[in-house]
Design a protein around this ligand. Structure first.
Ligand code: ATP
Ligand code: MG
Length: 421
């Protein structure tokens, strides 16, 4: 049963605050909604066009727009004659090199099929067989397009003997790239997503994985890779081994979109979701709300959109259906979000975790803390601090800032936590 459309109160077809990545292959979250990032978009595309194969990385804090930027670059590349698909290839450090090979081959296969409907012949058929058996064994894609977290299907434990994938994968990939180039493709562009939330050991493993396939796979003619991840994960994975660093360009690190661009992002969405054309759409929020959330979330668009969606949905639930509604104001929204986020975090963290969070908020919700600071603030030993931090990070209440040189890691409360406090 379809839920009544609360957003109709603002003459909108559905929620303008969805958190999914934009994609070239959907009408629900189309790339026509994309704003800004002109320089980064151009830089990534120019590097792809600059040689017969390329390897780049896009880094930045959670929710800042990394995945969506690469979706836009793929659309640009497609228009420039490259073969690619809107699929996102999840990379996790838990996988083996076999798993990574399988994902790359699957991705390349999808790109070929998506960009060249008549694709066929021995190279494509051989690839298809390997890709099929890889997917049957549980490897492959997270097709949700949500693009967050370490989502995606994972191969469950159990070791298998070296498979056809390990033995033949690199050659099959090479033949398929040669096929694409032969059919007139300028190259094949793959998007490896979400190198993040990894422990240091995991990141090292991911770096080792990449090195293990460097010569046979990463350097193949016609292959263009863009790896996406949080700043630290990307830096470690791409820069740990000289052999990998030397073949990757410097990571493109994303800064927050400017507030004016965020305003434009929202207007684009209202415009696209306009319900009844005989009347104008109305913004569901006052401008002050967007400004305030923008400051609290410091560029985390996903977090900000979720706060808007959750808060307004809760408020609209209280409004009688039909008719029109006023744009939501700051006080109302902050109040519902405080109650809501508080309850969620309390549930997730338990009493002591919540109290520690609250103590941090009392110092100053915008304060930056190191583990040493927290030992004092919480009056507990270092291992407990590190454990609590881990819990707070998993609950989305705390974010580690990218490491600066040899300094101790700094931690910050997320917008979600600040709304609760
Ligand atoms: N340049 C942009 N123009 C329009 N919308 C954008 C832009 N960048 C991001 N968005 C929107 O913001 C939200 C978050 O973007 P995205 O998923 O790309 O962030 P991310 O950095 O990949 O997040 P995560 O760290 O969770 O993977 C999405 O709903 C996306 O559609
Ligand atoms: Mg992402």
């Amino acid at each position: 049963m379809a839920l009544p459309n609360l957003w109709g109160l603002y003459n909108l077809r559905s929620s303008p605050f969805f958190q999914a990545t934009l994609r070239q292959d959907t009408e629900v979250t189309p790339l026509s909604l994309f704003v800004g990032r002109e320089r980064e978009r151009q830089l990534l595309l120019t590097t792809i066009g600059g040689s017969r194969s390329s390897r780049q990385a896009v880094a930045g804090r959670p929710g800042i727009g990394k995945t969506t930027l690469v979706q836009a670059v793929k659309a640009d590349a497609l228009a420039a004659g490259y073969w690619t698909s809107a699929e996102i290839i999840p990379v996790t450090a838990e996988g083996s090199s076999e798993d990574l090979l399988g994902r790359l081959l699957s991705g390349a296969y999808d790109a070929v099929l998506a960009s060249h409907p008549g694709a066929g012949g021995p190279a494509v058929e051989t690839a298809q067989q390997l890709v099929r058996s890889f997917r049957l064994r549980g490897g492959g894609f997270n097709v949700s397009g949500l693009g967050f977290g370490a989502g995606g299907s994972r191969t469950e434990g159990g070791s298998t003997p070296p498979s056809a994938l390990v033995l033949d994968g690199p050659r099959v990939l090479r033949d398929m790239l040669a096929y694409a180039l032969g059919e007139g493709a300028a190259g094949v562009l793959l998007h490896l997503n979400n190198l993040e939330n990894l422990s240091e050991a995991d990141v090292r493993r991911a770096a080792d994985l990449l090195r293990s396939i460097r010569d046979q796979v990463l350097l193949l003619d016609g292959l263009h890779l863009v790896v996406v991840g949080t700043t630290d994960a990307v830096r470690t994975v791409v820069q740990t081994h000289t052999q990998i660093r030397s073949v990757f360009s410097d990571p493109v690190v994303l800064e927050p979109l400017a507030l004016s661009k965020v305003g434009q992002l929202l207007e684009n969405r209202y415009e696209a979701l306009h319900l009844d054309p005989s009347a104008p759409w109305r913004s569901p929020v006052e401008e002050a709300v967007v400004e305030q959330l923008y400051r609290l979330f410091r560029g985390d668009l996903r977090g900000m959109l979720k706060a808007l969606e959750d808060g307004i949905t809760a408020l609209l639930g209280l409004t009688p259906p039909g008719g029109e509604a006023e744009p939501v104001g700051l006080d109302d929204l902050l109040l519902v979000l405080r109650t809501r986020n508080q309850r969620e975090l309390q549930d997730q963290l338990g009493e002591s975790g919540w109290e520690r969070l609250a103590a941090w908020g009392e110092v100053d919700p915008a304060s930056v803390q190191t583990q040493a600071d927290l030992v004092e603030l919480w009056n507990i030993k270092q291992p407990s601090v590190s454990q609590t931090l881990q819990q707070l990070i998993e609950a989305g209440a705390v974010e580690p800032l990218p490491r600066r040189g040899r300094d101790a890691i700094q931690y910050l409360l997320t917008g979600t936590a600040r709304l609760a406090l």
